[in-house]
Ligand binder design. Structure first.
Ligand SMILES: Nc1nc2c(ncn2[C@@H]2O[C@H](COP(=O)(O)OP(=O)(O)OP(=O)(O)O)[C@@H](O)[C@H]2O)c(=O)[nH]1
Ligand SMILES: [Mg+2]
Length: 199
C-alpha cells in the first residue's frame, strides 16, 4: 500500500462544550459514532487520508477542549491550515458563542487560515423542526458576512461530514495555489519523499 501523500493539512475543530466536535472527528476519521457524552479534557487528533483531483491529502484533525480554562493549552495549536467553528443547531447559546470562537480565530490563527462555520446535529432538527434554534439563512448570512462557508451536518447519520472535510481540503489547496509562499512545492521534495508538510 502506498503510504505517501502529497500534502499534509492540519485542521482544528473548535466550539462550545458538547456541540459535537469529537463525534465529528470520530465519524470523519474512524466512521464511528457514540451516543454517550464524555467531555474532552485535552488536545487530541486523528488522521484521515483524502483523495481529490488525483492528489492524496493527509489530514490531521485536532480536537480542541472547549472550556475557558484550556485557552492557554489551545494556543500552540493555532498554526493550522483550517478551522471548523462548531455550534449545535438545537442550542442557540452555542451559536452566539461561535462568534466568540471566531474572535479567537481572528486573534490566534494564521492570516490565511480557512475557517468554516458548522451547524452540528442536523439529524435532530430534521426529525423535529421545532428543535431548530438557529435558522439556516441567519447562520449562512452571518458566515457570508465573515467571508466563510456555512455547512450543516450530522455525525450521527453521516450527513455531510465528508463534504465538510472535502470542501475544506479543496479550499486550502486552491488557496495554496494562489499563495505559493505558504507551501513547499511538491516537486522540490518529491525526489526524497512524497510529502509536503505545512507548518
Ligand atoms: N443527535 C446527534 N447527537 C450528536 C451529534 N454529534 C454529537 N452528538 C451528541 O452530542 C454529545 C456531545 O458530543 P461530543 O462530540 O462529545 O461534543 P464535544 O463538542 O466534543 O464536547 P467537549 O469535548 O465537551 O467540548 C454526545 O452525547 C453526542 O452523542 C449528532 O450529529 N447528532
Ligand atoms: Mg470532545
Amino acid at each position: 500500500m502506498n503510504k505517501g501523500f502529497d500534502y499534509l493539512f492540519k485542521l482544528l475543530v473548535i466550539g462550545d462544550d458538547g456541540v459535537g466536535k469529537s463525534c465529528f472527528i470520530n465519524r470523519s476519521c474512524k466512521d464511528t459514532y457514540t451516543e454517550g457524552f464524555i467531555s474532552s479534557l485535552g488536545v487530541d487528533f486523528l488522521i484521515k487520508m483524502v483523495e481529490l483531483d488525483g492528489l492524496c491529502f493527509k489530514v490531521q484533525i485536532w480536537d480542541m477542549p472547549a472550556r475557558a480554562c484550556f485557552r492557554n493549552i489551545r494556543i500552540p495549536y493555532w498554526q493550522s491550515n483550517g478551522v471548523f467553528i462548531f455550534f449545535d443547531l438545537t442550542d442557540r447559546g452555542s451559536y452566539e458563542d461561535s462568534k466568540k470562537w471566531r474572535q479567537e480565530v481572528e486573534r490566534y490563527a494564521r492570516d490565511n487560515v480557512v475557517a468554516v462555520l458548522v451547524g452540528a446535529k442536523l439529524d435532530l432538527v430534521e426529525l423535529n423542526s421545532s428543535l431548530r434554534a438557529v435558522d439556516y439563512n441567519e447562520a449562512k448570512d452571518y458566515a457570508e458576512s465573515l467571508g466563510i462557508e456555512y455547512i450543516e451536518c450530522s455525525s450521527k447519520y453521516e450527513i455531510d461530514v465528508e463534504k465538510c472535510i472535502q470542501n475544506m481540503v479543496l479550499k486550502i489547496y486552491s488557496n495554496s495555489l494562489e499563495e505559493e509562499t505558504t507551501f513547499v512545492p511538491i516537486k522540490q521534495i518529491k525526489p526524497k519523499k512524497e510529502t509536503c508538510i505545512i507548518n
